[in-house]
Design a protein around this ligand. Structure first.
Ligand SMILES: O=C(O)COP(=O)(O)O
Ligand SMILES: [Mg+2]
Length: 234
């Protein structure tokens, strides 16, 4: 059986509103108003630095990167203080996890959120105990799209990194899976949904209830390179 690894932001949960609020708190400390709006959800799901960069651009800050470095810890602090106010799991996420586990698969999380914040969020959402392994941005010295955090998440869950897939919502997730030599599933229900097909993942899902059959296809279809590689070396 395989290890199904999930990205967190934009995949398991819509974290965009709480991320945007934390970024706007930072802009407030430099005298700006709410620089980002709900229309910036896609940027929010790319993480704190991406939000600060967009805000700095809008504010016309010349020394943007220095300011981003200075504001980033403030953003993390603000976010930690209100991490689960608006954040919700996407429909069917945990039912899909339950189904996959009942089929004998193992699950894990690989996120570019700092590990502590990811743990805090999963605990608030009441699902920390459902994931035997979690690798965050600072768990190792490298983060996605380096393949190592994905492989490490699989190993920590007790699985074989060659028999795994990554469920995500971004080019980063697609590239991470590709670098690890395993299939990816990209979700199309987020704010960047229409861009996902162009990334040519092995599967696209518009709802979590499509995930178990998408995953089953990976290890049923003998033509998949990742499968051949995994079997060839096993
Ligand atoms: O916080 C980020 O940079 C993105 O987090 P994710 O990897 O869970 O989508
Ligand atoms: Mg994501």
């Amino acid at each position: 059986m395989a290890t199904i690894v999930f990205d967190l932001d934009g995949t398991l949960a819509d974290t965009s509103q709480d991320l945007l609020a934390a970024a706007n708190h930072c802009f407030g400390t430099i005298g700006a108003g709410a620089v980002l709006t709900l229309a910036d959800a896609a940027t929010a799901l790319r993480g704190g630095r991406a939000m600060l960069r967009l805000g700095m651009e809008r504010l016309g800050h010349a020394r943007g990167e220095d300011e981003i470095d200075r504001l980033y810890p403030l953003l993390l602090e603000a976010y930690a203080g209100a991490i689960s106010v608006h954040t919700r799991l996407f429909p069917g996420a945990m039912q899909a996890v339950e189904m996959l586990r009942s089929q004998g698969h193992t699950v894990a999380i690989c996120t570019n959120k700092p590990e502590g914040l990811a743990r805090q969020l999963l605990t608030d959402l009441g699902i920390m105990g459902d994931f035997p392994a979690l690798v965050g941005a600072d768990t190792l010295t490298v983060r996605k799209p380096d393949p190592e955090p994905l492989r490490e998440a699989v190993r920590r869950a007790g699985g074989d990194p060659r028999i795994a897939c990554l469920v995500g919502d971004s080019d980063t997730d697609r590239n991470t899976a590709r670098a690890a030599g395993v299939p990816s599933v990209l979700v199309t229900f987020g704010p960047s949904g229409e861009d996902m097909a162009a990334l040519a993942p092995e599967a696209l899902i518009g709802h979590f209830d499509e995930l178990p059959s998408a995953v089953a296809g990976f290890w049923r279809d003998a033509d998949l390179p990742a499968l051949d590689g995994a079997r060839g070396r096993a």
